[in-house]
Design a binder for this molecule. Structure first.
Ligand code: G4P
Length: 531
């Protein structure tokens, strides 16, 4: 018994569950691959991408994805490194950016932000960062592609601080860049890690330790670069933010690492440092207070539902983040929102490249459970009958809107069924114009590809052809005032009032300017960015 408890505690303590966020092409996939390579989970780089194509080749409704050669769904990978059990949550980018991408961040305990040194902070990173900040999770920055010419490192720090509004503290500092990149200086260990282009990280980077003023550094770097390094470090020591583990763990300070994922430079020191500083799963807020992961009562919440992973069965997989207790295959748990008992019979886990049936899992882990259509995003499952409910997952603001209607009015029932199910999965958000029938709906999505997925799935799974008219709205605000009388609302030409599925009033806007205008015209109104 005592041994079991110790083993359980140890399993929780060695878990690290994080999301990788970045703008497309910054190097997220390459960095993930290098992590897996160090963990021994893959044998050669390139496997993650080939895994994607292999998986989707057998997936039917992902035909769209095959055509476009991009991935619609976010994946979860587990691997071991140095006694840690690591869960990486991938956040898809490109056109396949969707609400799922945001939701994935609700299941992570920390985030790694990859930035391209020649681009700085880009649009998608900004959006994802906002969600991480909202949750107060620690954010680690990896500035990638240092083997290429990039922006001045001080400008990159300014960019992080100004655009993202977070303090930063470089853990290491680049020496030169592009063709002249010599390596990085590790500030806490007074050590230079020497960049060796051409060997793609096959051997451990050579390091030279010593005082910054040491002559051996001049020999290695030459007068100019050595002088510049000394000046840079002096400036950082005087004017930069101090390294503080507490500040990092509270999400107020991001430690910054420079490196190059492609050439494998700085990846392992980053991983080691990251694992050292991040925490194991922490207590999660619920209606019964904060739930400690080490309590024996199993619990977790569903953050993502993916349909038809197996087209032969039209099944749905619900992704569950375990928050407390030990999971055992076949266990019977309470589905709190439905007040129903559910047997978790064939739970799956995503270990490196494979999907496997899992016997046991622990807080921090993500498991996929079969969903016969009973789960919703945000649902809580728990072992006891306490009625524990984890804080819900917000609806994130869609950025694209379209008017969708059935082409065949006899198919109205199937149309509504399809739309309802897709909304339940969280693929789309549905709005209705007041006083207009259900044949025509306004659909909001976070990523524009979701419209194609919607059309494709309505046709293939529900036999419904639809017409789609894209609308020019870009922003959405929920009216926060309770019982607001919308008949007095003064709207602009470029805004539209709709109702969400709970018949609450919501306004769509074409631009930021019209949001301000409406706030000025309707002094008593309060608008919220999230549901
Ligand atoms: P993403 O998942 O964030 O979208 O980026 P991904 O890792 O796919 O990397 C995007 C491109 O950047 C890839 O090149 C990749 O090889 C390159 N890259 C990643 N890390 C580094 C780095 O440290 N230095 C340099 N110089 N390049 C890097 P690609 O040509 O688009 O794809 P591929 O043909 O190499 O796969």
């Amino acid at each position: 018994m005592v041994k079991d408890k110790l083993n359980f505690t140890n399993e929780v303590k060695r878990r690290r569950t994080f999301a990788i966020i970045s703008h497309p092409d910054a190097g997220k996939t390459t960095l993930t691959e290098k992590f897996l390579l160090y963990g021994g989970a893959i044998r050669s780089a390139g496997s993650v991408k080939s895994r994607r194509s292999a998986k989707y080749a057998v997936s039917d409704w992902m035909e769209i994805e095959k055509q476009r050669g991009i991935s619609v769904t976010s994946s979860v990978l587990q691997f071991e490194y140095d006694d840690f059990c690591i869960n990486i949550l991938d956040t898809p980018g490109h056109q396949d950016f969707s609400e799922d991408t945001y939701r994935t961040l609700m299941a992570a305990d920390s985030a790694v932000m990859v930035i391209d040194c020649s681009k700085g902070v880009e649009e998608q990173t900004k959006k994802l960062f906002k969600v991480c900040k909202m949750r107060g999770i620690p954010i680690f920055t990896f500035i990638n592609k240092m083997d290429r010419m990039g922006k001045d490192p001080f400008d990159l720090l300014d960019d992080i601080e100004n655009v993202l509004d977070i303090k930063s503290c470089p853990v290491n500092w680049p020496i030169g860049s592009g063709k002249n990149f010599k390596g990085v200086y590790n500030r806490s260990e007074n050590k230079i890690e020497v960049f060796n282009d051409g060997n793609h990280g096959q051997s451990i980077a050579k390091t030279i330790t010593g005082d910054l003023t040491d002559d051996k550094f001049t020999e290695l770097l030459g007068d100019d670069l050595h002088e510049q390094l000394k000046n840079d470090i002096e400036l950082l020591d005087i004017a930069g933010d101090n390294f503080s583990i507490d500040e990092i763990q509270n999400g107020n300070l991001t430690p910054v690492f420079f490196g190059s994922a492609l050439t494998n430079f700085g990846v392992e020191p980053f991983l080691k440092s990251f694992l050292d500083i991040t925490t194991p799963p922490k207590a999660r807020p619920s209606n019964l207070g904060d739930i400690n992961p080490e309590t024996s009562n199993f619990s977790g919440f569903i953050f993502k539902i993916q349909a038809n992973m197996n087209p032969a069965h039209r099944d749905r997989i619900a992704f569950l983040r375990i928050c407390s207790g030990k999971f055992e295959k076949g266990m019977i748990v309470n589905h709190v929102q439905k007040n129903k008992k559910v047997k978790l019979a064939q739970p799956q886990q995503f270990v490196a490249q494979d999907r496997v049936v899992v016997d046991n899992a622990y807080p921090g882990d993500i498991i996929g459970i079969h969903d016969p259509g009973i789960f919703n995003i945000g649902d809580t499952l728990c072992q006891d009958g306490s009625g524990l409910k984890y804080a819900g997952i917000p609806q994130f603001a869609p950025e694209h809107f379209a008017r969708i209607s059935t082409l065949n009015s006899l198919k109205r029932k199937q149309f509504l069924k399809g739309i309802t199910q897709l909304a339940q999965e969280g693929a789309i958000q549905v709005y209705k114009r007041p006083n207009i029938g259900l044949e025509e709906l306004i659909i909001g999505v976070v990523g524009v590809l979701q419209f194609d997925v919607l059309e494709y799935r309505l046709k293939n799974e529900y036999g419904v052809d639809v017409s789609k008219q894209l609308l020019p709205y870009k922003h959405i605000r929920w009216i926060a005032n309770e019982d607001y009388d919308t008949s007095n609302l003064s709207l602009t030409m470029d805004s539209m009032l709709v109702e969400n599925k709970d018949e609450q009033p919501v306004i769509l806007f074409q631009n930021e300017w019209s949001i301000r205008h409406i706030l000025e015209r309707n002094k008593d109104i309060e608008l919220r960015e999230h549901s």
